[in-house]
Write a protein that binds this ligand. Structure first.
Ligand SMILES: Cc1cc2nc3c(=O)[nH]c(=O)nc-3n(C[C@H](O)[C@H](O)[C@H](O)COP(=O)(O)OP(=O)(O)OC[C@H]3O[C@@H](n4cnc5c(N)ncnc54)[C@H](O)[C@@H]3O)c2cc1C
Length: 506
């Protein structure tokens, strides 16, 4: 299918991001001063851009690579109610998570989130009373936040095995509980960025912040190589694990979290997540998390590291640890041959603020300053609250994002087709791009990807390089064989190259 679209076709919504819009926004911003420039296009940065734009501030967001290039695409893809924080006594963090989980699932992104059943087998060494107490505490948060998730319950082995057929029968019972699961973390980032754009934010990917200047930021366009000054009254540093580079008040410790990607069939195609306690711990679990398209992610590790920042990679001992722990809950153990791929991300932990030795741990922190504000830590689930805290320092107007639907928001539709699952209420607009060519709606051989998605990534979701399309929009970074097949279809092979605007052979 070869499609030539005009730069903006009639009726195109203001949220559409593209190479063409990027160029126009660069032209505008090179001659204008904005109220705030946000650095970093992960979930934190796009959340700040959206909150600021909805309060009427003029906003630019610059991202050195692509939206969701960093940690935000390497998560466990959960909007979680904070059970793991309760288990370690962090009630405040758990409460914030539970509140934000309900907002995301009910109002903000119901099309990208859904209830996920999780089965916790009572393996030898696990105290059932302790498990029950933890789940009941988490349930109090569920009730108080008005969540529609079901309450936790004890289930018998037959029910547990129906949901997780590969589970070991060698247990005394199981608990069933519920949490929130994302279709994909990068898709949440893209949806927040596009919603910000609809409110007027200018989103410049492939644009790196080099240094603060007297009246803003020196930036470099990674595609053209040109450097220029983006003038702004205030600068928000939302660069996650890169946070120390722009602000020397930020002192980070990095922890690597690794997941394995396996075919769901290798665990008997579970419909619920399996939670297996880490040997010798009552508060740490390894999860097997079923995903769309027949995949399951097994995670995660927590390893302090000083490895290079770009391209985080799993270490062999993490793979061994994940296999060893999950195999405690399985009837037939998984081996290295079952692994389709691995992925790892860096969790930036604030070690302390210069002049203070406070261990701020996994809480988010906002370091106020003029012109530079840094926001560090937190998690996907609490991105909106982090953004609200930042923009409260920039505006007297009330926050508008607590129940603001993102582009595509509509009630979750279980068992819907690929386009509805990934694009929610925009699925029919995506399908229309096929322009009567039925081949554009047939999966590319050996993959679940529809050719029309490649085009949508470029005309609506701001993908300007082949890597943007394959890795951040379609998430083929998770399955090398699918990436190869779709890369061949796109004509890019394995390389990551800039694409011309709007003319695509897909
Ligand atoms: C393994 C793992 C699993 C997790 N699972 C969950 C989960 O299931 N649920 C949950 O709620 N949370 C989870 N988290 C936490 C969550 O993923 C992170 O808190 C969140 O993604 C951090 O987002 P961020 O925007 O702050 O950072 P990032 O996503 O890393 O974004 C920072 C961005 O800044 C850009 N940047 C850096 N320097 C510059 C510069 N000079 N100029 C311009 N741009 C720059 C980078 O390219 C990057 O895109 C997990 C974390 C890890 C590590």
């Amino acid at each position: 299918m070869t499609t030539h679209l005009p730069p903006v076709w009639p009726g195109a919504p203001a949220s559409l991001l593209s190479a063409d819009r990027r160029r126009r926004d660069i032209d505008v911003l090179s001659g204008r001063r904005v109220d705030v420039v946000v650095v970093g296009g992960g979930i934190t940065g796009v959340g700040v851009a959206l909150d600021a734009a909805t309060r009427g501030l003029s906003v630019a967001l610059i991202e050195a690579n692509d939206l969701a290039y960093g940690t935000s695409r390497w998560s466990s893809k959960l909007v979680h109610g904070g059970l793991r924080y309760l288990a370690s006594g962090k009630v405040g963090v758990a409460w914030e998570s539970a509140v934000e989980r309900e907002r995301i699932m009910a109002a903000i992104a119901p099309h990208l989130t859904h209830p996920m059943a999780q089965v916790l087998p009572l393996v030898p060494g696990l105290d059932p009373r302790l498990v029950g107490a933890g789940l009941r505490a988490a349930d109090t948060m569920r009730k108080v936040t008005g969540s529609h998730l079901a309450r936790p319950s004890r289930i018998d082995l037959a029910d547990a095995a129906a949901m997780v057929p590969g589970m070991t029968p060698d247990v005394t019972g199981a608990w069933l509980s519920w949490d929130g699961q994302l279709v994909d973390d990068a898709r949440l980032v893209i949806a927040v960025a596009r919603t910000a754009a609809a409110f007027g934010a200018r989103i410049l990917t492939h644009t790196r912040a080099d240094a603060l200047t007297a009246d803003g930021l020196a930036v470099t366009d990674a595609l053209s190589g040109e450097s220029w000054v983006l003038r702004a009254a205030r600068v928000v540093n939302a660069t996650g694990a890169w946070g120390e580079h722009l602000d020397d008040r930020v002192k980070l410790v990095r922890s690597r979290g690794t997941h394995l990607v396996v075919a769901s069939s290798s665990l008997g195609s579970p419909t619920a997540a399996l939670m297996v306690p880490v040997e010798g711990s009552t508060s740490r679990f390894v999860f097997a998390l079923p995903q769309p398209e027949g995949l399951t992610f097994i995670g995660l590790t927590d390893v302090e590291t000083e490895d290079p920042l770009d391209d985080p990679r799993a270490h062999a001992d993490e793979v061994d640890f994940l296999l060893h722990t999950i195999n405690r809950g399985l009837a037939v153990p998984l081996g290295r041959d079952d692994i389709v791929s691995t992925y790892s991300g860096y969790r930036p932990l604030l070690a302390g603020v210069a002049g203070s030795t406070a261990d701020l741990s996994r809480r988010h922190a906002v370091l106020d300053g003029d012109p530079l504000i840094s926001v560090v830590g937190g998690k996907l689930t609490t991105y909106r609250r982090m953004a609200e805290d930042v923009v409260d320092l920039l505006s007297d107007r009330p926050c508008r994002t607590r129940r603001l639907p993102l582009v595509g928001a509509q009630p979750w539709q279980p068992d819907a087709g690929r386009l509805v699952t990934r694009f929610g209420g925009e699925a029919s607009v995506v399908a229309e791009l096929a322009q009567g060519d039925p081949a554009a709606l047939v999966p590319i051989a050996g993959t679940p990807v529809l050719p029309v998605e490649l085009l949508w990534a470029r005309v609506a979701e701001g993908a300007v390089t082949t890597g943007d399309v394959l890795d951040r929009r379609l998430r083929l970074d998770l399955v090398p064989d699918w990436r190869k097949a779709v890369g061949a279809h796109l004509g890019s092979g394995a390389s990551d190259v800039a694409m011309g605007p709007y003319t695509s052979s897909v």
